[in-house]
Design a protein around this ligand. Structure first.
Ligand code: 5GP
Ligand code: ZN
Length: 112
C-alpha cells in the first residue's frame, strides 16, 4: 500500500521515533507547530477517525495513555493538546489515522 505512515512504521522511510509498542508508533512531526509536536499512529492502517469501529475501542484508549506517558516524559506538566484532523474538512493531509500531540507553549483556541 502506498501510504506514507505505513512506510514510516515499517522503517522504509526514516523518522525521529520516540516510542513504539505492539499497537502504536510515535515520532516527531517533520514540521513542528510547537516546541513539542509528535504524532501517535496506530500500526494498523486505518484511513481516518471516521473509519473506526467497535474493534478499535481499546486501541484508541491506548493512544491516549501513550500520549499521557510521553507528555510526562517530555516534562509537559502545564498541559498539552491531542488533535485528530479527520478527512478533508478536518484538514487531514495523510490518510493514515494519527493523533498530533502538541505542547511546550500556550496553545490558541479556537483553531482556524
Ligand atoms: P495532518 O495534516 O494529516 O493532520 O497531519 C499530517 C502531519 O504529518 C503534518 O503535521 C506533517 O507535518 C506531518 N508529516 C508529513 N510528512 C511527514 C514525514 O515524512 N515525516 C514526518 N515526521 N512527519 C510528516
Ligand atoms: Zn498506512
Amino acid at each position: 500500500m502506498d501510504c506514507l505512515f505505513c512506510k514510516i512504521i515499517s522503517g522504509e522511510i526514516p523518522s525521529d521515533k520516540i516510542y513504539e509498542d505492539e499497537l502504536v508508533y510515535a515520532f516527531k512531526d517533520i514540521d513542528p507547530q510547537a516546541p513539542v509536536h509528535f504524532l501517535i499512529v496506530p500500526k494498523e492502517h486505518i484511513a481516518s477517525a471516521d473509519d473506526l469501529d467497535e474493534s478499535h475501542k481499546e486501541l484508541i484508549g491506548h493512544v491516549f495513555l501513550v500520549a499521557q506517558k510521553l507528555c510526562a516524559e517530555a516534562g509537559l506538566t502545564k498541559g498539552y493538546r491531542i488533535v485528530n484532523n479527520c478527512k478533508e474538512d478536518g484538514g487531514q493531509s495523510v490518510d493514515h489515522l494519527h493523533f498530533h500531540v502538541l505542547g511546550g507553549r500556550s496553545l490558541n483556541w479556537p483553531p482556524g
